[in-house]
Ligand binder design. Structure first.
Ligand SMILES: Nc1nc2c(c(=O)[nH]1)N[C@H]1C(S)=C(S)[C@@H](COP(=O)(O)OP(=O)(O)OC[C@H]3O[C@@H](n4cnc5c(=O)[nH]c(N)nc54)[C@H](O)[C@@H]3O)O[C@H]1N2
Ligand SMILES: Nc1nc2c(c(=O)[nH]1)N[C@H]1C(S)=C(S)[C@@H](COP(=O)(O)OP(=O)(O)OC[C@H]3O[C@@H](n4cnc5c(=O)[nH]c(N)nc54)[C@H](O)[C@@H]3O)O[C@H]1N2
Ligand code: SF4
Ligand SMILES: [Mo]
Length: 753
């Protein structure tokens, strides 16, 4: 009899619940949606069915590797790996300071290691970090927190319940964003009271089901958004009563919009003025409006300004803190530092650190510069940074220029190839994992996933790797572990008392709590779930700070007991658990400015807003006449999680899409091999003539151009273009440092028919 086990799909932030059918030898034979997952409720999209290409994929690594003098790798034991790495990291700390050790992470479903890696980093004094959020959401986060100073999690739009849902540079039909997205969009399409608005230069699959498609000119969304705010202000469609109650600063901002020439701004962005005015009227007449901005604007010109304009639009029309409007989620763990008002700058490039993250685009320079405070060591956990950061060759060079680079991954990646040590982890189906993108509202869910398979003996769970490193660095007094385990043997109460005594008597151990819990409580959790132990304090904190929300999700008790019950529920619910349930206006509780108001005037954004009056300045040139969107999500694209190109049912070659008129001008036909060149470099793939593309706009998918067989004798295989061979680190937002991956000036030439 085949056995089905609950787990999750790990390809996008939704981490939908799935059931996996086990075959012999750690093989996934079938995948279906898990009806018991409180978020996805049985829904999966076309990509989840292919997860065996991850679990049983190519390029797996099974033993620790060390780079030899000749550049190749040799296999070493775990004891050697841990002791050498601990010694070298300590050496960097002693010589240059622990702040020269940079930590990078990534991925979608593999975040259980977070607390344990934090313990390890704090042992070394490593304070700088980055992850892909710093190449998409940091501008938006900065704006949201200046305006709302949120004490909660990520801020989002409740698009599924809004009267008017605006998808700004977002293609939800393919990329989702909320649970059961594609299914719900099909239903909402037929709902007369719900309007879908898509802003995209391409006629996307989402545009096909939209009530309005605004085919904006590439990179000009700032003009469109400024004109939209201007119409609302000039028509006086502002919700003054709401604003008086909840905001300050309107007097300072409205003059900037009062005089905006709407017709001229519409020309700049290529939108008919009548169409934009109609949208403004829809917004004015709607009970609720939500905006979902995503990579089309976040990885594009004026991105931080656009995030500001869309928040302004929603706030002046009263669309916050109610059903169908913007909300601030209440997660178990805030995946971005709650210390948003972080005035630190990076040591070398003096870049803003937002949400505790340094911009991905400056990482290579922070390592390569001839600067006394440059980064000397890099630790990478579950990110293929060489492939996923702008300027792949810069990143590869940077990782080689450190005193030590360590990569923890399941596969031999482009990034691992540049490391001094590569440490193999179990796949997400061979260990306990945690779904950390908890962005839902009014209820939020979490899933501590149980292992589906036993892990191969030669790989180590990330929690174990970080625990061993902390121990090797002398940060975990062993007598404390022995004492706590003795207390644990006497029962939960005795353990709780002993644990709080240890932590209060040794404040220096606070940062080691995850590892201490893993080595103690973790050992008595159900088999395979030890790494869940580090989440106990988060459950207690959530319950202590938000008891009503936790109780409303069905958890019982008061104070610590409520938190422990939540933790037990997390451990005992392999299909996931409802964490919190709140009222629609709960977001108001998370306004963090002392005056409890939303602040509309962000002086830092004003010069860029004013500069729009000068008109749009394209970056294309006779050498690079096209705007390339580098990393479009399609039917069968994922980031670097599926390395085997065979996972793609269609678009095996990751084609370059181009409009029929551009193809005609260049004399190109679908299927021909082309060279794409940019200021940074070159890449090749086949061309696909596609009538959804706007003339002058070309696009490459994400996830192409991964190199297979890097760790075997077989010839390296590379299918499709690797997007970041074409992107430059300095093609980025001046403010947040986020890349302009969707606006890369490029040229295209025929290689062969
Ligand atoms: N199928 C699939 N789904 C995914 C993923 C995946 O790999 N594959 N990845 C997940 C991840 S990590 C993320 S971050 C999300 C991203 O989700 P999205 O942001 O929706 O994905 P993209 O396709 O990168 O970009 C969205 C749209 O931006 C448009 N665009 C390009 N230039 C402009 C412009 O100048 N203005 C405007 N308004 N739009 C423009 C593109 O045409 C594209 O349709 O998707 C998630 N979902
Ligand atoms: N040009 C361009 N670049 C982009 C984008 C774009 O649109 N255009 N999109 C950006 C976006 S939105 C994102 S989210 C990023 C994604 O950037 P990354 O997060 O760097 O991308 P992935 O390739 O998904 O890297 C995940 C790595 O984790 C490994 N992994 C999988 N499971 C585990 C595990 O259990 N443990 C460990 N330790 N490792 C594991 C995988 O093998 C893979 O190497 O890419 C960004 N880069
Ligand atoms: S929406 Fe699709 S890709 Fe995203 S987690 Fe769910 S099944 Fe996976
Ligand atoms: Mo992403």
């Amino acid at each position: 009899m085949s056995e089905w086990k609950p787990s999750a799909c790990i390809l996008c932030e939704l981490i939908c619940g799935i059931e996996v059918q086990k075959g012999e030898g750690n093989i996934i034979t079938k995948v279906k949606g898990d009806k018991n997952h409180p978020g996805s409720q049985g829904y999966i999209c076309n990509k989840a069915g292919r997860l065996s290409h991850y679990q049983n994929g190519t390029d797996r690594i099974l033993e620790p590797l060390r780079r030899k003098a000749d550049g190749s790798f040799e296999t070493i034991s775990w004891d050697t790996a841990i002791s050498e790495i601990a010694e070298k990291m300590q050496g960097v700390k002693d010589q240059y300071g622990g702040d020269k050790i940079l930590y990078l992470s990534g991925g979608q479903g593999n975040h259980i290691s977070g607390p344990y890696a934090a313990s390890f980093r704090s042992t070394l004094g490593s304070i700088y970090k980055s992850n892909p959020i710093a190449q998409e959401k940091t501008g938006e986060m900065w704006v949201a927190n200046q305006m709302f100073n949120s004490t909660g999690g990520v801020q989002r739009g409740d698009c599924e319940n809004a009267d008017v849902a605006i998808y700004l540079g977002k293609n939800p039909y393919h990329t989702h964003g909320f649970h059961q997205c594609r299914k719900k969009l099909q239903k909402l399409k037929k709902d007369e009271n719900h309007k879908i608005v898509v802003v995209d230069p391409r006629r996307t699959e989402s545009a096909d089901i939209a009530d309005m498609h605004l085919a904006v000119k590439n990179g000009t969304d700032a003009w469109m958004m400024a004109a939209l705010v201007a119409i609302v202000i000039q028509e006086d469609w502002v919700d003054h009563a709401w604003m008086k109650k909840h905001t300050i600063g309107f007097e300072e901002v409205y003059p900037f919009f009062f005089n905006i020439p709407v017709a001229e701004y519409c020309k700049q962005c290529g939108i008919e003025e009548d169409q934009l005015r109609e949208l403004a009227r829809w917004i004015h007449e709607a009970e609720s409006v939500a905006v979902w901005e995503d990579l089309g604007v976040q990885m594009n010109r004026n991105s931080t300004l656009i995030s500001y304009l869309q928040r302004l639009l929603l706030t002046i029309t009263g669309n916050f803190g109610k059903k169908g409007a913007q909300f601030i989620a209440l997660p178990l763990v805030n995946i971005v530092s709650p210390n948003y008002r972080d005035d630190r700058r990076t040591p070398v490039t003096n870049s803003r650190i937002i949400g505790g993250l340094i911009p991905c685009n400056v990482v290579s320079e922070e390592i390569l510069a001839d600067h006394p405070d440059r980064m000397r060591a890099v630790w990478i956990n579950g990110s293929n940074a060489v492939h996923s950061y702008a300027g792949s060759k810069n990143m590869a060079e940077a990782l080689r220029a450190t005193d030590i680079t360590v990569v923890v991954d399941i596969a031999m990646t482009e990034t691992a190839m540049e490391a001094d040590y590569v440490l193999p982890a179990p796949t997400q189906y061979e260990k306990a994992e945690m779904s950390m993108f908890q962005f839902e509202f009014p209820h939020n869910v979490a899933q501590l996933r149980h292992p589906v398979f036993d892990a191969p003996e030669t790989v180590l769970h990330e929690a174990e790797i970080y625990a061993r490193l902390c121990e090797a660095l002398g940060a975990i007094p062993q007598e404390i572990i022995v004492d706590l385990n003795q207390a644990l043997a006497k029962g939960e109460q005795a353990f709780g008392d002993a644990f709080f005594k240890v932590v209060s008597e040794n404040p220096g151990l606070v940062k080691m709590v995850p590892v201490i819990l893993y080595r103690t409580l973790g050992q008595v959790l159900p088999e395979g779930l030890a790494a869940g132990a580090g989440y106990m304090p988060f459950c207690i904190e959530l319950a202590m700070k938000n008891p009503e929300a936790v109780k409303a999700a069905g958890h019982k008790g008061e104070g610590i007991e409520l938190g422990m019950n939540l933790f037990r529920a997390l451990i005992d619910s392999p299909s996931g658990v409802m964490l919190t349930h709140e009222e629609w206006d709960a977001s108001f509780k998370r306004l963090g400015h002392p005056d409890q108001k939303i602040h509309l005037h962000l002086p830092e954004m004003i010069p860029e807003l004013e500069s729009l009056a000068e008109g749009f300045k394209p970056l294309t040139s006779p050498d690079y006449p096209f705007v390339l969107s580098c990393g479009e999500r399609r039917d069968y694209t994922a980031n670097g999680i599926y390395r085997d190109p065979a996972w793609r049912k269609v678009d095996y070659d990751c084609a370059l899409r181009m409009s029929p008129s551009d193809a005609e001008t260049l004399g190109l036909e679908s299927g021909q091999l082309v060279r794409i060149s940019t200021r940074q470099g070159e890449a090749q793939t086949v061309v696909e003539v596609n009538d959804r593309m706007r003339p002058g706009h070309i696009s490459l998918p994400n996830g192409g151009g991964l190199q297979n067989n890097l760790n075997t004798e077989k010839a390296v295989q590379k299918i499709g273009a690797a997007t970041n061979d074409l992107t430059s680190v300095d093609n980025r937002d001046f403010f947040a440092g986020t890349p302009w991956h969707k606006y890369v000036p490029a040229n295209v030439e025929l290689i062969s028919a």
